[in-house]
Design a protein around this ligand. Sequence first.
Ligand code: FDA
Length: 503
Amino acid sequence: RAAEHSPAVVIGTGYGAAVTALRLGAAGVPTVMLEMGRLWNTPAEDGKIFSDMLAPDRRAMWFKNRTEAPLASFLWLDIANRDIEPYAGVLDRVNYGDMSVYVGRGVGGGSLVNGAMAVTPKRWYFEEILPEVDADEMYGRYFPLANSMLGTNHIDQDWFETCDSYQFARVSRAAAEKAGYKTTFVPSVYDFDYMRREEDGLVPRSALASEVIYGNNHGKRSLDQTYLAAALGTGNVTIQTLSEVRDIAQQQDGSYALSVRRIDELGNVLDVRQLTTDYLFLGAGSLGSTELLVRARDTGKLPNLGEAVGEGWGTNGNVMLGRANHMRDLVGPLESGMPAMGIDAWEDPVNPVFAEIAPVPAGVETWASLYLAITRNPERGSFRYDPGADRAVLQWREEQGQPSIDAAEQLFDRINSVNGTSYRYDLFGDTRAFENRFTYHPLGGLVLGEATDLYGRVKGYRNLYVTDGSLIPGSTGVNPFVTITALAERNIARVLAEDVRTR
Ligand code: FDA
């Protein structure tokens, strides 16, 4: 049987992939997207598409026997996690020794599970991490384009000051300001008007019903509602789900042959098919795209790939921590699952920190303030191919996370000392105050200008491109999806103008 052929193939359906498919489709290029996760559009027996954080079920996680939530415990009790049936659920935690990486699985990638914070990086820092990218063009054109396409919106500040949902953020803001730190509102792709109506009891609750990391049933403008809907609307883009690309090889005529493993929702392998394409775009995320190219290089299928493939990976300096609030500082039982404020100490010349004020959507008073701090950790990891497991394994040692802790500690020690508060030691399964054994923000592995040229063209091959977070060298100083989206817009504009035959 002859292999199926598509002029263009995009692997993945996250941010970079969705941008690329839309622009290819709009230019008239027939494009197939291959996504290993499922399409999340059908309610289960409970009438909901996704399960929530308080009662997660098999929909929550990608083939696990038990959920693996970031807050492992509360008062040292293992109450956050549940035994579940292995299933093609929406959130994966990929464990590599000292580092675990959370990623989304399904049509929309990370947009299905993330906190929706839509933050444009500080220009001076963007110029520092990607000095060869024209910042005028990015800030004049591609960041605004990305934000408008993603549906970024801003909270009504009067509502913020009076609503129940952000009492937790107001308590954290007061503590930060007392210590002399600046806070800032954070734009979001969660619809803040919908959230207001949730609080008023007018619509079904989602952000206010402990829905975040296992998916939102309402309110969130995930990619399936924005870029991917537009891509499908061109009539030139199709999405194949539960289809994992395992191998990439180049054929004699320069086109690419993919082997694609299809599974059902319970993980049974249905078949392994071949698909060929003239233009191949990798948008499988930092872990997925890097693994594909590391495997292709080290199994000899794409032997011209260089040493930069698999290098330059970072955690965006992620570290999570909690503070214990005074008994009088109630945050209330209702916490919006979507962060809307951050402590902005990124201008600190020694220890820049951007700390999102994160919710603990437990449905009860927690007397806790939680933070996901983004720091400028210079440590980088790399991926090595493990032939036995046929897997690219991240090399990262626990000590490499220490600079993130040091930076966060400096800021939060000060907040604690000025406010007479302390850290929470009961949240991460043992007695640590700082959790840096996981990241939400994997970046790098196929860094722009190193593994690829300055537009994501993979070095050593023609018509092979990287479009996602693996292009960014380990750090972007803020939550990354706006940066990934804007960079993908910039790169595909150039590639369409110079490389792709369009009708
Ligand atoms: P992304 O990871 O989105 O998509 C890759 C897709 O490819 C996935 O759907 C995956 O299943 C698929 N795939 C992988 N390998 C494949 C293969 N071999 N074959 C086929 N398909 C394959 N960021 C932010 O800016 N604001 C925020 O508030 C948050 N909050 C947040 C919370 C949580 C819990 C997480 C896990 C992450 C965030 N993030 C975030 C991070 C953000 O979601 C992340 O940076 C982007 O989703 C990355 O976009 P990419 O395009 O790189 O890939």
